[in-house]
Design a protein around this ligand. Structure first.
Ligand code: PGA
Length: 250
């Protein structure tokens, strides 16, 4: 059985006060986690504070991005060893906002995935198609290309210690969620593609869905056989809404 994971991606939102309030609200409301693993991914500068607030708590910490290099002359970058040192367990790589707004290529994303693992972090690899790609009927080709870039560099074994998040770009922050059937079809495709390389790794891999997940639609998404939790943007900024999603995964 794959343990469900619900991870909050705060994106470019927050402050010291909000970090205290939001994490406090999550911890207050969590009770028993119901077998669900929960993680939060605040902006880099709030990671040390988040780490101290989460001490002895069952909520894991993640970052939203990582450099493909470990150290050196890379102004503005943050490395996997640095993220480890401030308490991160997870790091998101290849989010569509990084790919589409900052021009990250499949190859760069694959190198970030490798750097995360090298530094002892668990990468959450985001894949997903644009609206025009879905309309052209090339969703599977796009997702396959994004997965293959990582497979080519790191091999299937690397997916034994990683998470994949399927996030259709047209569903992110738009309020337009993929239907459970649409999402499940792509999740099943991802698992099948990896199964061809290694059935056990494919079976154990957690594949999260992301894109306008809310308390009200989470349960039907998470009920699909190949949906193992969610990567939550907007709804992760309110403790009550995020907790409702966590409960829906329980
Ligand atoms: P959303 O974002 O939940 O606000 O759609 C999801 C994501 O981008 O990870």
């Amino acid at each position: 059985m794959r343990q469900k994971l619900v991870a909050g991606n705060w994106k470019l939102n927050g402050s010291l006060a909000m970090t205290r309030e939001l994490i406090g609200g999550i911890l207050d409301g969590m009770g028993s986690s119901g077998g669900v693993e929960v993680a939060v991914c605040p902006p880099y500068v709030y990671l040390p504070l988040a780490h101290s607030l989460l001490e002895n708590a069952a909520v894991r910490l993640g970052a939203q991005d990582v450099c493909d290099q470990d150290s050196g002359a890379f102004t503005g970058e943050v490395s996997a060893p640095m993220l480890r040192e401030v308490g991160c367990h997870y790091v998101i790589v290849g989010h569509s906002e990084r790919r589409n707004l900052y021009g990250e290529s499949d190859e760069l994303v694959a190198r970030k995935f490798a750097a995360a693992r090298r530094g002892g972090l668990v990468p959450i690899l985001c894949v997903g198609e644009l609206l025009e790609e879905r309309e052209q009927g090339v969703t599977e080709q796009v997702v396959a290309r994004q997965l293959d870039a990582v497979l080519d560099l790191e091999g299937i074994g690397a997916f034994g210690d990683a998470v994949v998040a399927y996030e259709p770009v047209w569903a992110i922050g738009t309020g337009k969620t993929a239907t459970p059937e649409q999402a499940e079809a792509v999740h099943a495709f991802i698992r099948e593609r990896l199964r061809a390389h290694d059935p056990a790794v494919a079976e154990g891999l957690r594949i999260l869905y992301g894109g306008s997940v809310k308390g009200s639609n989470a349960a039907e998404l998470f009920a699909q056989p190949n949906i193992d939790g969610g990567l939550i943007g907007g709804a992760s900024l309110q403790a009550e809404e995020f907790l409702a999603i966590c409960r829906a995964a329980g």
